[in-house]
Ligand binder design. Structure first.
Ligand SMILES: *Cc1c(COP(=O)(O)O)cnc(C)c1O
Length: 403
């Protein structure tokens, strides 16, 4: 988004500073372009949005506008998906520790993916106790796509074959699909290996085609050019589609073809939330310059410590100084709360600093540490700004303590 001093004065005047801004139109366009790239090769493709990445209800509702499914990993997220209006058939329930909510979702007909044989055994028992009804289950598989570590999630081929045996002993239960998800492994080659491995497993374990193959998440998304330049060769959606959807089309030419699902979180949302902050103080200590902002690493998310987020300074009119290397620091009392190292440019106290790419693992990961979180607004498709999360108060954070 383009911001001017006047537009930022107006927004922060209404909603406070700092404030998160969700860009709805750009978010939808990006989601549609991912869908479009995949559907060019394979019509039966579907997005399941990863709630944990950013479960702001407004964003989850926006996802529903394009017919995407919900991907949840806890009872809290499952209940939220239901409250927003996702029917059970459109909710994928992943995660290693679902608790009672996993059982509830299974009985309600959600797409529950068992992560372990122990979990599967419990769900088999639930099905057996209800002979008159038909149930389905998905299985999370543990595969190696060259990620360089052993994932702790899912069942490897040996356990998978036990899982299929367990399910075949339950007449009213069947395995409807296979799921995998490997984080920190975003290359095109890794996605091709995922797809190929899943197709081999599907051929080995299913008599007919499964109802779906779910490849999880971990694609690079649309990125601001300055941000994209910090990664080498981030593939495009077309690149990913060429090694996944294209292989599905080849493998399943008939009409009983399975759905292909992916579960984007960061891919969908990261680029489309900004955080507007402002400079509170500028100082020099022992030859090193620091600018203190009213945001921080906990509000912006871990990415700001690993990469340089897209950043724009909007002058407030106070006389600026030119800096070659000023560290932009947060409001906490932690030395490591540096949100941008070695910023070079002009800066004055009172200037706005707008960070981009903070849509994933930011507001949902903000701890109740030192300060409550700021508000979130949405820039809607009808070009209005609406409040979608009010600023937290100290009282909100202290509610659960007994005085
Ligand atoms: C976290 C997670 C996702 C989303 O991952 P991103 O990196 O945010 O896109 C999808 N599926 C599963 C099972 C996850 O645990």
């Amino acid at each position: 988004m383009c911001y001017t001093k006047e537009s930022l004065d107006a927004l922060t005047g209404r909603f406070g500073c700092p404030v998160y801004v969700f860009e709805e139109t750009a978010f939808l366009n990006n989601a549609r372009s991912l869908e479009g790239a995949m559907r060019t090769y394979y019509e039966k493709y579907r997005i399941a949005y990863s709630f944990k990445t950013n479960y702001a209800p407004y964003i989850c509702k926006t996802v529903r506008k394009i017919g995407a499914y919900a991907e949840v990993v806890s009872g809290m997220e499952y209940d939220l998906a239901k409250r927003i209006g996702f029917p059970d058939e459109e909710i994928i329930f992943n995660g290693p520790c679902k608790g009672a909510a996993g059982d509830r979702a299974f009985l309600n007909g959600a797409m529950v993916h068992a992560d372990s044989l122990d979990e599967l055994a419990r769900l088999c028992d639930l099905a057996k106790m209800r002979e008159e009804r038909q149930f389905r289950i998905g299985l999370r598989v543990n595969i190696d796509v060259g990620q360089g570590f052993v994932s702790r999630f899912g069942m490897d081929e040996e356990e998978l074959s036990q899982a299929f045996q367990m399910v075949s002993a339950v007449p009213n239960l069947n395995v409807s699909g296979l799921h995998c998800h490997i984080s920190r492994c975003r290359s095109k080659a890794a996605w091709q290996r995922r797809m190929e491995t899943m197709l081999v497993l599907a051929d080995r374990f299913f008599d007919k085609a499964p109802a779906y193959i779910d490849l999880g998440s971990g694609m690079f998304g649309s990125m601001d050019p300055a941000f994209a330049a910090q990664f080498d060769h981030a593939p495009s959606y077309e690149d990913y589609a060429g090694v996944t959807a294209a292989l599905m089309a080849e493998h399943y030419p008939g009409k009983d073809a399975p759905w292909l699902i992916t579960e984007p979180g960061t891919t969908l949302v990261s680029r489309f939330v900004d955080c507007i902050s402002s400079v509170q103080a500028i100082k020099t200590a022992r030859g090193h310059s620091f600018a203190v902002l009213d945001t921080g690493v906990h509000m912006l998310g871990e990415t700001c410590t690993l990469k340089q987020l897209p950043v724009r300074v909007v002058p407030c009119g106070n006389p600026q100084h030119q800096f070659d290397a000023v560290d932009l620091t947060g409001y906490t009392c932690l030395e490591q709360d540096v949100v941008y190292k070695d910023f070079s440019g002009k800066l004055a106290v009172g200037d706005y600093v707008v960070f981009g790419n903070v849509g994933g693992y930011s507001n949902v990961l903000k701890p109740p540490f030192i300060l409550p979180n700021c508000a979130m607004i949405a820039h809607t498709e009808s070009d209005e700004y609406v409040l979608v999360k009010r600023a937290e108060t100290g009282e909100d954070l202290l509610q659960t303590y007994i005085f």
